[in-house]
Design a protein around this ligand. Structure first.
Ligand SMILES: [Zn+2]
Ligand SMILES: [Zn+2]
Length: 320
């Protein structure tokens, strides 16, 4: 079936261009894409595509639009897992070893129309957008879902938390903590004073029960552990920059103080559903974090520029 498509094609480090595709495709068309978020990992992948990235490729994993079959407004879970392995069966599809991620292994959301090979077409997971949310807000379901996924590992409401990194993810974590644990004292640490100022609630604390790592600096891990109370928990939400300083862990301190480190990676469809509900029904506000809306033509330039400290989330919008 031939659907003319306009897309951003990444072909190598620093090389992305707008392509008008008129050729017949064997893929199954599924979704008219309305909007797609630009993730920090998209910017990293633009300059240094990871070895696992299939090139050329359409980037983007935070997208939403209208289903061609039903006309429903949906966001997409950003991956296809095998559905067969023990992790998939145990409800941990985000850890599936055969997982294929949009914008990494499969074409993603920087395009007008989303299609998949016929073998994968019925494996994509779509989540309906509740009434009242616009396309930009719906694009936040994935990043917010990742934060929800991570904080769900903490079953006892903590009295104090320190968040390292006041970017989009750290800010979303602060919003969720304020919402679900209103008694919790929040401290946010970020080397950028402009970003720190954005937090109304910022309580410096010596020792905290929970550390949320939303930055890629290994020094934050050691610092976080030094401020973690006995029995405390640390959420390893961000990956670390491999080329930075090596990581130093005080193993014996973790051992002696019975502290728990939780790895946290991506999200599940239920986390994205929860994110949509929090925005639509429980009035958790994210609109002020959507700092820029652009169109597909502007994407190659936008990827080249590093995000400024006042920029949280840029959304590519194809239509209203
Ligand atoms: Zn993302
Ligand atoms: Zn699997």
């Amino acid at each position: 079936m031939t659907i003319p498509n306009t897309k951003i094609l990444l072909s190598g480090p620093g090389r992305a261009k707008l392509v008008h595709d008129k050729t017949a495709s064997k893929l199954i068309p599924l979704l008219d894409i309305a909007a797609c978020g630009i993730c920090a990992t998209d910017r990293k992948g633009f300059w240094a595509p990871p070895g696992s990235m299939r090139l050329p490729l359409v980037p983007g994993h935070e997208f939403c639009g209208t289903l061609l079959t039903t006309g429903k407004r949906v966001v997409i879970w950003p991956a296809i897992s095998c559905g067969q392995c023990s992790l998939c069966h145990q409800g941990q599809a985000n850890l599936c070893e055969e997982i294929q991620l949009f914008g990494l292994h499969l074409d993603g959301g920087y395009q007008h129309h989303f299609s998949l090979p016929s073998a994968l077409a019925d494996k994509a997971i779509f989540i309906e957008i509740p009434p009242g949310l616009n396309w930009q807000q719906a694009c936040m379901a994935e990043p917010f879902g990742c934060v929800i996924h991570s904080l769900a590992m903490i079953t006892q409401p903590p009295e104090s938390v320190c968040i390292y990194g006041a970017g989009l993810m750290g800010t979303l974590a602060a919003r969720l903590i304020e919402h679900q644990w209103p008694q919790c004292q929040i401290e946010v640490r970020d080397p950028d004073p402009a970003r720190q100022k954005l937090f109304v609630q910022n309580h410096p604390q010596n020792q905290v029960e929970l550390v949320f790592l939303a930055c890629s600096d290994p020094a934050a891990v050691s610092d976080g552990l030094a401020h973690l109370k006995p029995g405390g928990h640390m959420l390893l939400f961000s990956g670390l920059n491999r080329d930075d300083n090596p990581l130093h862990l005080d193993y014996n301190r973790i051992h002696r103080l019975e502290q728990t480190l939780h790895g946290s990676y991506g999200c599940l469809p239920a986390d994205m559903e929860r994110a949509l509900d929090l925005m639509a029904k429980e009035s958790v506000v994210v609109d002020d974090l959507i700092t820029k809306v652009i169109n597909l033509e502007q994407v190659p330039e936008a990827l080249k520029k590093p995000a400024s400290s006042s920029e949280f989330k840029t959304i590519i919008r194809n239509r209203n």
